[in-house]
Design a protein around this ligand. Sequence first.
Ligand code: NCD
Ligand code: ZN
Length: 344
Amino acid sequence: MRSLRLTRPDDWHLHLRDGTALAALLPFTARQFARAIVMPNLRPPVTTTAQARAYRERILATLPAGLRFEPLMTLYLTDRTSPAEIDTARASGVVHGVKYYPAGATTNSESGVTDIARVDAVLAHMAAVGMVLQVHGEVTDPAVDVFDREAVFIERVLAPLIERHPRLKVVFEHITTREAVRFVLGARAGIAATVTPQHLLMNRNALFTGGIRPHHYCLPVLKADLHRLSLLDAVASGTPRLFLGTDSAPHARHTKEAACGCAGIFSAHGALELYAEAFEEAGALSHLEAFAAFHGADFYGLPRNSGQVTLVRESWDVPAHYPFGEDELVPLRAGERIAWRMAP
Ligand code: NCD
Ligand code: ZN
């Protein structure tokens, strides 16, 4: 039986939600990861440092005894975010990034930025004080094909933005295309990206296998296999510009199995194991540790973790669903197997 010992990893892009959902979700992540960048797209969104502090306290109060976990908070950028709020966030020590959602791009993005030009002064201030910008990189133009929205975003928004702000640190979140890989690997210093397990393991056929598969729907949507292979090649190269960010984004079962189903895939139950499958496919298990535990911490200027976890090449059956408050949550690979298991 093969096993792998890794430095305890971090999840650099996670949706923890709030209330009973948070209570159901947190143990999955805290079991595997020492820290996670917690996305701010609650209702209402986390737009101020005071709200981020309060959310952080709710997360810590929910943490079951015996589990250690550090939530790394983010603010939700809006047209009204002020440079003063960035200073407060920076000084707080608990806010590690500001998330830019183009208004309307994804789940709970209605309060997002309507025009990037409106936040230029805030971005300049973030660059000056060293605050990281986390970007949901898709245009919202309905005339652009849904599979092209990331590539078009690079040309129309991201490339000009990082030229206008040459010192701004940017994480291009959950990249899904060959164009994004090329862009990030060729960009100036201070540009990095997160990669999800679903975009390393599945292509868009997974949305339509034998019928429509709402639990494989997330944003950015799964792409053609050539893009998946490009992501796999890139993480297999060991580049420090790419790091683990699950984008685990739970939605109650009935909101996904619906006429207009929500975007988001829940993967926290087997996150590290799913990445191990992908790295194994790429023949790059030796690069998994740095992707999962070193590159993100280095980029954010945080210390690397000291503990360790063990992965064993031993498959397990994923349940059909997990409890989720009053609802059910259907995880990635529900009713199927994952080839690796994290030792308790
Ligand atoms: C996320 C969610 O549900 O909050 N959904 C998703 O499909 N990834 C939002 C996001 O990160 O785009
Ligand atoms: Zn997300």
